[in-house]
Design a protein around this ligand. Sequence first.
Ligand SMILES: Nc1ncnc2c1ncn2[C@@H]1O[C@H](COP(=O)(O)OP(=O)(O)OP(=O)(O)O)[C@@H](O)[C@H]1O
Ligand SMILES: [Mg+2]
Length: 355
Amino acid sequence: MFGLGKSKSVVGLDIGSSAVKAVELKAVGKGFKVVAFAIEPVPPDSIVDGAIIDGAAVADAIRRVFENKAFKTKEVAASLSGNAVIVKKINLPVMTEAELAESIYWEAEQYIPFDIQDVNLDYQILNAGTGAESEGTMDVLLVAAKKEKIADYTGVISQAGRLPVIVDVDAFALQNAYETNYQLEPDAVVVLLNAGASAININIVTGDQSVFTRDISMGGNSYTEAVQKELNLPYESAEQIKRGEPVDGVTFEEVQPVLHAMTENVLLEIQKTFDFFKATAASDRIDRIVVSGGASRVDGFTASLQERFNTPVEVFDPFKTITFDPVKLGITDPEGLSVTAAVAVGLALRRTGDR
Ligand SMILES: Nc1ncnc2c1ncn2[C@@H]1O[C@H](COP(=O)(O)OP(=O)(O)OP(=O)(O)O)[C@@H](O)[C@H]1O
Ligand SMILES: [Mg+2]
């Protein structure tokens, strides 16, 4: 997406609102191995709803990530999410790639709420009008990002002394990591759910096609804020006890009901998303939910998800088929880290020159 240049490997750099995650992979045989992995915290409110507010703080976190000398590549693939990007499935008359390339800006104008001059567009033909109902038409996945937002992200990367070569979208990076690690089932409807600090990215896929995406503006921060408010704690303490780490003067038993109540709110939003998907998509079932992101580790979250939707829930392992040696890489909490690494892995799998 929005790439330039020729094919080379890149560092996958997930600039999250709570932490920057970076992964570098190396091709070995038919697969990959992790050669470098780093994570550095981002100060609260430096990134809000996908917009970089404090560029210097974000650039600083990126710089710290690359103090890890195991990273060899200067080229970086990053991603956008939230308000920074619009993803829409549109239906167009069947046409060739060349015709589409020529008309896409004109077509997109009706669907994008910004001046078309201000956005970068990308697109992918999803089904070229094969089904009986869709005869003569084809579905096209349209992705638009404001040039200004792309420039903010590439700007902090440059400030940190790195070379931004690809700007992707969180939800698609997640899908990319999934495709490399899991056997694709052509008919199964799989929900990829990445619960971060400020947003939950949902990408519903069938085989290798994304059939629905949405970002929900809730996440780990919602939990921390609820704990802060209900138990009258400072941010840092609320953040710690939320993760089950000991904090003076509070027990985890006091915190649990607050977390579970917030999960109820989150489930309501997820429910709305699923209802909307079922109402608009060709399928009305969901076969599996695969969760990632730090907030998916909130006490009872996966169990509640499974129970509410009566659907198997699995924790995303972005290193399922990728060789990952935490000891060699100096990583002490591989389980906690890998669940937050899915987007970075998906980005690291991109090649310069990719679209
Ligand atoms: N063990 C844990 N229990 C509960 N929450 C956790 C745990 N570990 C991490 N988190 C929460 O996960 C969030 C960070 O996850 P992640 O790194 O996926 O987010 P991010 O990519 O920085 O955010 P976003 O994508 O929304 O910008 C934080 O809110 C953090 O408090
Ligand atoms: Mg994230």
